[in-house]
Design a binder for this molecule. Structure first.
Ligand code: NAD
Length: 727
């Protein structure tokens, strides 16, 4: 059955309805585009049809292009992509010109997009080619072009049309940031034309069609007198915009995202030429982005695999474990955040701390976040009352009765955690799952304090809890499947992304971040210019340089972790050179951002000013500085090899989790699709070459793991290449 169906009414208005069978949200496939084309041809050829409504039978219009198809398109090669994209342009241009006489611009048939709800990506590009976009007043609907967030850009005319409609400056937040709007916001910014009551959507669309005049169908850019809002690049005002935009984009992306560069190219070059040539330029730039392995890697990790993990790709086959009542022990920074995200997701929460004041302070954290939301117009007073109403702050463990999940976030001390475990287990029913939010203590050891180790699990949140999308679930040696399912169902409820890993020192995320920080500190001790270390990290797509990262997480925490690790590892401990720097900083009282002094200098208000000048005296600059690539390879390989070893050792059981977890957990170079994605872009052979060079110069920590050497010998990647799509 086709995804599009056609019906006609007695007044000569045809309706093309989009309804992809067996999917809750419409997504565009290649075949569906052909089918749409056929229906448009039929309407244009049918003398009885006066105009066409394009709408959806679902509550939303469309979620976008089927990204699985985009991932496969690349396998067809650049010529196939370019031809395919030009084919799409032709169909959308046909809708736009609607059979009008090319000279007089008369005689076209009005085509209206009627959007009942969300319209994303191609779900907005198709409407942009129509003569009017009318949306239902549905505050839950999101309208926009989020392509840039998964490493591509709107390539079905959306870029060219939006820039011509709103000007480069007006279109920038939608194209460059993937900004999404409610229908009313979209109308206010000119993204769409009209918002009506939901039950008036089709009536109004029909009314517009029947009243439309020839001139209503001519797009501004097809009018001879068209001038781009804000000016084209060689217009004085336009010049300012384009120069500024270029600097802003490069400043934000450090030039590592091919899609941002290509998008800017399509906008700039497209603005200099007539509309149809601009579409062709857009298609060329889009092809170049699809051919860049970064877009494949980003789509794979940030969309396809992220969604698969959220849908429970690694969930044990156990009955539904939706959490009804949650206990949170410890109302500090983490516990308060966990209580907030849970109550926000509709879960009843009992928030316990050792004093009533501390428990209340934890609840007040939610109040502060909700108040912020109200100020921004994102939260209503009713929602605030409902969310706060779900959080009971107390010191009384008896209140935990009826909880089906308890998460502890008390001090990082095994003794305190053991006491809390016993107290909780005495208060809850026999089926309640107990989770610890520990960041460093082995789950299997903590589980020794439990009467029910099969129901004991790690649920490791990242800070700040309300912002960080990743949750690392840690299976202890005795953790049972039901506990894993419980944790996964909980993470789904609070709309975060889970990875499930096995129990080993620092689990997965911290295991990879620590070597990154350590490598930065090691270089500082060697006399590498600190600005080179920090900038090299950012220029390869890391959100924070290693020295800034340790300042943010605090230097005393680093010292604490180093001491505990050394105690556990004994003679095998490899990081004395790092500790010499870290401990000296702590001795100077430079504890990082929280003490307004660390590797960076800060103002009294805590604003980061620049690298601390005292570093130069303590760690004199070596006369010979490494080149940028060497610094970057050291920083990336320190993390990536740890990820490979985690996979080799079975801590990670799924490379998809390794990649998604790295990007969401610590911001690992998103352009690369994650550590395994980066290794695939390099190729295993090149990766082991780099490792060999680093090992020679800097030591055994860079020795290529056996898995990588084996892959290089066989020429295999981590991810098999997608098959070419059958046309
Ligand atoms: P915190 O010091 O801000 O909060 C701990 C809270 O636990 C305090 O309010 C304290 O009063 C309470 N508490 C201590 N003993 C208690 C007891 N016996 N009964 C009830 N409440 C008790 O610490 P935090 O940063 O929220 O960290 C909590 C846990 O989360 C630790 O295990 C930590 O390793 C882990 N964690 C922290 C981060 C982070 O970035 N801070 C990230 C991930 C995990």
């Amino acid at each position: 059955m086709s995804d599009f169906t056609l019906s006609k009414d007695a007044d000569g208005v045809a309706t093309i309805t989009w309804d992809v069978a067996a999917k809750s949200m419409n997504v565009m496939s290649t075949q569906a585009f052909f089918d749409l084309n056929g229906l448009i041809d039929a309407c244009l050829a049918d003398g009885a049809v006066k105009g066409v409504i394009i709408t959806s039978a679902k509550k939303d219009f469309a979620g976008g292009m089927d990204l699985n198809v985009i991932a496969q398109m690349r396998a067809g090669g650049s010529a196939a992509i370019f031809d395919g994209v030009m084919g799409m342009h032709k169909i959308l241009r046909k809708i736009e010109l609607a059979g009008m006489d090319p000279k007089t611009k008369k005689g076209g048939k009005p085509i209206v997009a009627a959007l009942p709800g969300t319209a994303l990506g191609i779900g907005l590009e198709l409407p942009l080619s129509c003569h009017r976009i009318i949306a239902a007043d549905n505050p839950r609907a999101k309208i926009g072009l989020p392509e840039i967030l998964v490493g591509i850009f709107p390539g079905a005319g959306g870029t060219t049309r939006l820039v011509r409609k709103l000007g480069a400056l007006g279109a920038a937040p939608f194209l460059l940031e993937g900004k999404l709007s409610s229908p009313k916001e979209a109308k206010a910014t000119g993204l769409i034309d009209e918002v009506v009551e939901p039950d008036q959507l089709l009536t109004r669309a029909k009314e517009w069609i029947l009243a439309a005049k020839d001139a209503d169908l001519v797009k501004v850019w097809d009018d001879k007198s068209y001038k781009m809002p804000g000016g084209t690049p060689y217009h004085p005002a336009g010049f300012m915009t384009f120069v500024g935009a270029n600097a802003m984009v490069l400043g934000k992306t450090m030039g590592v995202y091919p899609a941002a560069k290509a998008l800017l190219g399509a906008v700039y070059e497209g603005a200099l030429v007539p509309f149809d040539v601009a579409l062709k330029i857009e298609a060329r730039q889009f092809t170049s982005v699809l051919m860049n392995p970064s877009s494949t890697a980003m789509i794979r990790s940030l969309f396809i695999n992220k969604e698969a993990l959220e849908k429970g790709a690694n969930r044990p086959n156990v009955a539904d474990q939706t959490v009804k009542k949650l206990g949170v022990i410890g109302a500090g920074m983490m516990g308060a955040g966990i209580a907030y995200v849970s109550a926000n997701a509709g879960i009843d929460v009992v928030l316990i701390d050792s004093t009533a004041e501390a428990a209340d302070r934890g609840r007040a954290h939610s109040e502060a976040l909700l108040d912020k939301g109200i100020k921004r117009g994102k939260v209503t007073p009713e929602t605030k009352a409902a969310v706060l109403g779900r959080i009971m702050a107390t010191t009384d463990y008896a209140a935990l009765s009826g909880c089906d999940l308890v998460v502890e976030a008390v001090f990082e001390d095994p003794k305190v955690k053991a006491e809390v475990t016993a107290k909780v287990e005495a208060a809850v029913g026999p089926n309640c799952v107990f989770a610890t939010n520990t960041s460093t203590l082995p789950i299997s050891d903590l589980a020794k304090a439990s009467q029910r180790p099969d129901q004991f699990i790690g649920i490791h949140f990242f800070s700040p809890v309300d912002k960080m999308a990743l949750v690392e679930i840690i299976r202890g040696k005795q953790t049972g499947d039901r506990a894993v399912a419980k944790a996964l169902d909980f993470v789904r409820q609070i709309r975060k992304t889970p990875i499930v890993v096995n129990d080993a020192r620092f689990f997965y995320a911290n295991r990879c971040i620590i070597p990154y920080i350590n490598e930065g500190i090691r270089m500082l001790a060697e006399g590498v210019e600190p600005a080179l270390i920090e900038n090299a990290a950012k220029l390869v797509g890391m959100p924070l340089g290693p020295l800034q990262l340790v300042d943010e997480t605090s230097i005393d925490l680093g010292v604490k972790i180093a001491k505990a690790t050394k105690a556990a590892m004994g003679a095998d401990y490899p990081d004395d050179a790092v500790d010499a720097v870290l401990f000296w900083m702590a001795d100077q009282g430079r504890l990082g951002k929280k003490s307004t002094s660390g590797f960076y200098a800060y103002s009294d208000k805590g604003e980061r000013l620049g690298l601390w000048e005292g570093l130069a005296a303590r760690f004199p600059r070596a006369p010979a500085q490494p080149d940028l690539a060497t610094v970057q390879h050291r920083l990336l390989m320190a993390q990536v090899l740890e990820a490979v070893r985690a996979f080799e050792e079975g801590v990670l059981t799924d490379i998809r989790e390794g990649d998604v977890g790295a990007i969401l957990g610590w911001g690992f170079a998103p352009w690369s699709g994650g550590p395994f994605g980066w290794l695939d872009i390099l190729g295993a052979a090149r990766a082991i070459d780099i490792c060999a060079g680093l090992q020679d110069s800097f030591g055994a920590r860079f020795a290529a793991p056996a898995l990588l050497r084996d892959m290089a010998a066989k020429g295999t990647p981590f991810y098999p290449a997608p098959k070419a799509q059958a046309a």
